[in-house]
Ligand binder design. Sequence first.
Ligand SMILES: Cc1ncc(COP(=O)(O)O)c(C=O)c1O
Length: 352
Amino acid sequence: MIKLRIVDLRSDTVTKPSPEMWDTIKLMDNSKLGDDVEGEDPTVNELEEKAAKLVGKEAALLVTSGTQGNLVSVLSQTKPGDEILLEEFNHIYAHEVGNAARIGGLMIRTYSSNKGVPSFEYLQSLIRDKENIHNPPSSLLCTENTHNYHGGAIISIDTLRRMKEFAKKNELKFHLDGARIFNAAVGLNVPVTEFTKHVDSVMFCLSKGLSCPVGSIVAGSKETIAKARKFRKMLGGGMRQAGIIAAFGLIALKPKWINRLNEDHKNAKLLAEGLKTISLPVKVHPPDTNIVIVELLEKVKIHKIINQLNNAGILAFNISKQKIRFVTHYGIDEHDVDHSIEQIGFILKKNL
Ligand SMILES: Cc1ncc(COP(=O)(O)O)c(C=O)c1O
């Protein structure tokens, strides 16, 4: 029986560790581990120091996931009853189970945007008047870079600078969901600090394109990270001998490994260019980084197409009734891209 070739383009969360990561883990011993809840795990401490330095912040914290990282960042910079501003397609708003409202007791106000870029006039209209007895206080502004549901779009450094000024003027803290901030940095070929210097706190994921099996980082001021550490414990994220996880992260943050993200971007471009040559009623959004969105311009049952793609070994998710998302990542090469273009083209032609 011929084995079906699987190309998993659902997300960069499906990545598995590199051989170098495994080699490092195999060389570890108990001297590299300790109780991290007591601050005694040397590998976690090394990772947190390295991560803080890399993003130009005073301190950093290893957390279990991007979701937990965003939540502890939000909790550390707000009080129950505050109102926070989230872009309408931000992961925090759309895909984190409403945790800011449920656990943080926060009011959530969404703002619309052009691929993550807000209108500052409109944002200003959302700020509550502090003097008005009826109003909850606005206390935190959030953004996401790269922006997942806007197809891995890079929000420019200048936009972040303007958002920071806006936040300062309105006495708001400013949090960046930077699950893929290194994709943005590599995409523009600038140090990641060009983005992170404009925010009070940043969360980035080790477990996406950087291909660690688990873990994310939160970075910010010493005061914010001390609060985040306590909230992490409250949420059950005190991980004890977590050096075994942090060791993967130390490899992931090497410049060579961060720059590898360029390969994913190159493959996303190849995929988009290949799909564009197929004459069909679809719009292939040109990717900034590692996410390609194919928008169906005719009304069809998108789940039928997703099922057919899956049956052909091309795994993908739809992110709306019209849009299919393909994510390139470690483990996907040019041959996989060529094969995917062929299969996706064949299936789309059958349905459109
Ligand atoms: C932009 C963004 N933020 C946060 C997360 C949450 O990360 P995790 O799945 O590790 O909780 C994701 C996950 O896909 C994401 O895409």
